[in-house]
Design a protein around this ligand. Structure first.
Ligand SMILES: [Zn+2]
Ligand SMILES: [Zn+2]
Length: 185
């Protein structure tokens, strides 16, 4: 007999299998419509999907905010450990809950649809990886640095600096030009 799981929502309903996509089923709550997806099932499904377009690492998707959910850790429906909340994109409020011990992901109602809309359904493994999560943190740090610089020097100054930097990057003699800029001629 298959194990039964109770939902993370207040109704704590028993989860029943439901298709997320053709060939992919997840244990689903009839009350909150959240999905409890086993990564093994997901990986089997992904292996049969067409190859996704090559990922551009510098272009993290600007995702529509997912439906508002409580921003607090939830207990895994299988083992009751706290699940990690992992960000999907730059939007801080779109997070998926994962239990790495059980290798399962909790998707709130609308989150799978948001992944579909962003073309990310075949990249869930990548999204949940340390590399993706680190990239999001790095992008945040970069945005904070730029905001600080803009606050200190003003937008006009930073825009001009960015323009000069972009131009310098195209110049074969950029080191010479930089030296000229520092020391004059
Ligand atoms: Zn529920
Ligand atoms: Zn678990």
């Amino acid at each position: 007999m298959a194990t039964t799981y109770r939902c993370v929502c207040a109704a704590a309903s028993i989860l029943r299998p439901e298709a997320l996509a053709p060939g992919l089923s997840a244990d689903t709550c009839g009350d909150c419509h959240g999905h409890w997806l086993a990564m093994d099932d997901y990986r089997r499904w992904v292996a049969n999907q067409p190859e996704p377009a090559a990922a551009d690492d510098t272009d993290l998707p600007a995702l529509r905010p997912a439906p508002a959910t409580e921003d607090k850790a939830r207990a895994c429906p299988s083992c009751q450990r706290w699940m990690e909340r992992l960000r999907v994109g730059r939007s801080p409020d779109f997070r998926l809950d994962r239990c790495s011990a059980c290798q399962r992901v909790w998707l709130d109602d609308g989150e799978w649809a948001a992944l579909v809309a962003a073309g990310l359904t075949t990249r869930l493994g990548e999204i949940l990886s340390d590399g993706w999560q680190r990239q999001l943190r790095d992008a945040d740090a970069q945005a904070r640095r730029e905001a600080e610089l803009r606050a200190r020097h003003g937008d006009a100054c930073i825009d001009e600096l960015a323009r000069v930097r972009a131009w310098l990057a195209t110049q074969p003699q950029r080191e010479t030009l930089l030296a000229l800029l520092r020391s004059g001629w």
